[in-house]
Design a protein around this ligand. Sequence first.
Ligand code: FES
Length: 120
Amino acid sequence: MTGSSDNPARPAAGVRLCELAEIPDPGAKGFRFRAERWLFAGFVVRAGDLLAGYVDSCPHAAWPLAALDDRYLTRDARHILCTGHGALFRLDGVCVAGPCEGRRLFDWPVTVRDGAVWTA
Ligand code: FES
């Protein structure tokens, strides 16, 4: 799995991801980390006061959510879309439609410090 907590590619807390301004409001940005054969993929959603990080792995079939880089949100930016089988998630990570309704994305804690986004 790309997102499990024992994935050695998952960055520790305190890793700088990007400037906050690099994430559109509303919008999302994906990040990938590699360690030998391991890959960790996560993304950060920004919408007003909300800034949330999630593992880029759908709770339905563990596929990555976005087919295109950084295209995690629906066109109206109200939901996160999994392009695999069309699941819709609220921006707080809870699935509200699709094959994993009621389940939620795996959190990838992030924080803002000095105008930048960091793992937490
Ligand atoms: S893998 Fe996400 S809805 Fe099926």
